[in-house]
Ligand binder design. Sequence first.
Ligand code: AP5
Ligand code: MG
Length: 183
Amino acid sequence: MRFVILGGPGAGKGTQAQLLCKYLDIPGISTGDILRDAIAFQTPLGEEAKSYVEKGELIPDPTMIEYIRERLLMEDVSKGWLLDGYPRTAFQAEELDFLLDDLQQHLTWAIWLKVPESVLISRSFARGRQDDQPEIVSRRINLYHERTIPLVEYYDYCRRLLTINGDQTPEKVQQDILNAINH
Ligand code: AP5
Ligand code: MG
């Protein structure tokens, strides 16, 4: 089973990814968590990513694509995975397709957590991560509209999209995801 979770900042990607990985017993890969750890540990990836993450900008595609290519070739994810926060640009999605072709694998579903913008904003403010300050959240939301929403159309066109109402309790969102993937 191979899933990607799409959604704006605060849509609940991380929350739902954790629940789903546990339920399906598959490894999760969260690019946001990986980048925050890399920054904290001052690895080369972290040094490169720091200024982007701090401003709510996207890390350049070549860096993210290379990271995911190497990560998905590792043994622990050979049987399945769930990506939280990747892909988020057309280029990343295209390269993920190429990689899956090379590996003779296919994406099971792209799960889109659809949440109104006002809710994205209020959830991010309530959480208070370092990149949850108003101007940074609003930049992340703009980038989500500009760069990631087109992927929703792409996965819909490929008939791989599950649209889930993310503006419900986490339990109800999870139930809707499970109902959708079990059908
Ligand atoms: P990332 O960490 O992915 O941030 P994001 O996309 O802005 O999303 P969040 O993690 O803020 O929200 P979430 O959807 O995971 O929601 P959560 O479950 O936490 O990326 C951070 C940065 O890294 C980017 O800005 C960029 O710089 C860089 N980056 C990452 N991936 C990249 C890539 N592929 N390419 C380039 N750059 C990349 O929930 C949010 C809050 O709401 C929590 O407090 C939670 O408890 C609460 N909540 C969750 N669900 C519900 C619910 N159903 N009801 C009520 N509250 C809820
Ligand atoms: Mg997250």
